[in-house]
Design a protein around this ligand. Structure first.
Ligand code: DGY
Length: 321
């Protein structure tokens, strides 16, 4: 008999067929994200579930006594209660490596879009405001090439950002991370820096750390105060790594020049969030890894982890505690 699994997010035919070869499966076929009560009902009798960012809590695990593996089709797993998973002997897996270049591309999309005011000036042209008189200082942006970028977090994605910054844009790069990376310093000429110094010196501050209890609100009022008034803040990590009220204040008071945000403390972001009213903010709907090719690769990786976890093999991408 094949093990039972539940697929809680849309996947391609190819990935579904792969899961079907090894498992009996049911899947979520409703619109949008699966509601939590339905997910809990559906996983009562399964051994594995494929999710994307679903909150895994003690309560959810209590209701699913057969569960062996929860496969997250994402690299970040802040949605997992790791302690509870350990207690319930449920493995968590994620999808590292396959999205690194794609997320690094998005970081640069936000860097360029904020620095050169791309969405704002796109609206300006489309609204018919471009006339002969308007090639004025009002339209100017700031340079990305040869500027200083400070990267907070130097994991796999951080390294891809460094390559773009150093080789493509000839930027100076400072970085801060839990452990210094001498091999990257050697390879790319980047410099480890205390957070305070990084904030003081950077023209672009890029946040790319996982959300953990230690990184929650890592960027708050004090940190924004250290940044240059001309600097731009980019967040492609998780919304809650930033105290959003402090960010709003830093933007409103001109403490910093602008922000490029793929993530928010509350997602989907509320239309009333003041960040959305600001010209100097470029906002995206958490799409760091969302290209067709990368999302397909993530789904296949998530399926491989799921199948391994329910067929007695070691899943390749078990999350670290
Ligand atoms: C991830 O994989 O964690 C990204 O945030 C995309 O979901």
């Amino acid at each position: 008999m094949k093990p039972k699994v539940y697929i809680a997010r849309p996947i391609s035919q190819e990935v579904e067929e792969y899961i079907g070869e090894h498992c009996d499966y049911r899947k979520w076929e409703g619109e949008g994200r699966i509601p939590l009560d339905i997910l809990m009902e559906e996983i009562k009798d399964v051994e594995g579930v494929l999710v994307q960012h679903a909150p895994v809590t003690d309560k959810l695990l209590e209701g699913a006594p057969n569960l062996k593996v929860i496969s997250n089709s994402a690299v970040g797993y802040d949605s997992f209660d790791l302690e509870a998973m350990k207690r319930h002997k449920v493995l968590g897996t994620h999808t590292p490596f396959v999205l690194d270049e794609t997320v690094a591309d998005l970081v640069f999309s936000l860097v360029l879009a904020t620095a050169r005011r791309v969405p704002e000036l796109n609206n300006f042209v489309k609204q018919g405001k471009w006339d002969k008189e308007t090639e004025s200082h009002d339209l100017f942006g700031i340079d990305v090439h040869h500027a200083t970028m400070g990267i907070i977090g130097m994991g796999r994605i951080g390294e891809k950002i460094v390559r773009r910054a150093r080789l493509g844009f000839e930027m100076d790069v400072l970085y801060n991370s839990r452990t210094p990376k001498p091999e990257l310093e050697e390879k790319y000429g980047i410099v480890y820096s205390e957070l305070e110094t990084l904030l003081e010196k950077s023209d672009f501050v890029v946040l790319i750390v996982p959300l953990t209890p230690e990184t929650h609100h890592l960027m708050g009022e004090k940190q924004f105060e250290k940044m240059k008034n001309s600097a731009i803040f980019i967040n492609c990590a998780r919304g809650a790594v930033v105290d959003e009220r402090a960010l709003i204040q830093a933007l409103e008071t001109g403490q910093i020049r602008g922000a490029g945000l793929d993530v928010f403390e509350q997602e989907p972001v509320s239309p009333d969030n003041p960040l959305l009213q600001m010209e100097q903010v470029v906002a995206l709907p958490h799409i760091g890894s969302a290209t067709e090719k990368t999302r397909a690769a993530m789904a296949m990786k998530a399926a491989e982890n799921l199948v391994a976890g329910v067929t007695g093999k070691n899943p390749p991408d078990v999350v670290k505690e």
